[in-house]
Design a binder for this molecule. Sequence first.
Ligand code: GAR
Length: 215
Amino acid sequence: MLKLGVLASGRGSNFQSIIDSIKTGYLPASVEVLITDNPDAYAIERAKNNNIPYLIMQPKEYSSRDEYYRKIAEELKSRSVELVILAGFMRVVKKPLIDAYPMRIMNIHPALLPSFPGLHGQAQAVQYGVKISGCTVHFVDEGVDTGPVIIQAAVPVYHDDTEETLSERILKQEHRIFPYAIKLFAEGRLEVQGRIVHIKDSDREDSLIINPPLE
Ligand code: GAR
């Protein structure tokens, strides 16, 4: 059983998809702790409902950002967490945590990286006018959404999409690919070489998404 530590700042629907995937037996893992930087995060309710211990840790309570992430790393290590999951954690993780968990921190981002990193990836895609966007699960390095890509899902962007409608379409795919990426890790099937993530024993299939569809 892979021991997970989840960091989340808000609603926590990705956190919930991980909890549900564990419950159905799809994901051979356990959530040892939820750490949130937001005392009002709905993710806390989800932890309570599922008897998952949680900690509220806010940067303002620590002398520096490095100290904050050092303390988070300590909490995770003290619970023997093996993989750290950023499930809507709206902060850039700093070196002390990355050094404690090299290629052992996964993030979900609501765009096809390297397009539209940072905040509001869905709004950026709508404003830019791209026809295809999606979501990305990647390992976390010291940059902003720059770490090695594990899996991506693409969705069409329609001319009348708003940030909300596109976010909803992308979120459905987030809830599919995040548990899958964690499962691959749990099964020891992810191998990182430089910035390339190799997935062992994966089937290849040629398929394509064209939007708008060709006539
Ligand atoms: C998700 O769409 C996630 O991709 C995004 O925040 C949302 C959290 O939703 N994360 C980022 O934008 C990270 N830069 P959730 O709290 O319901 O999982």
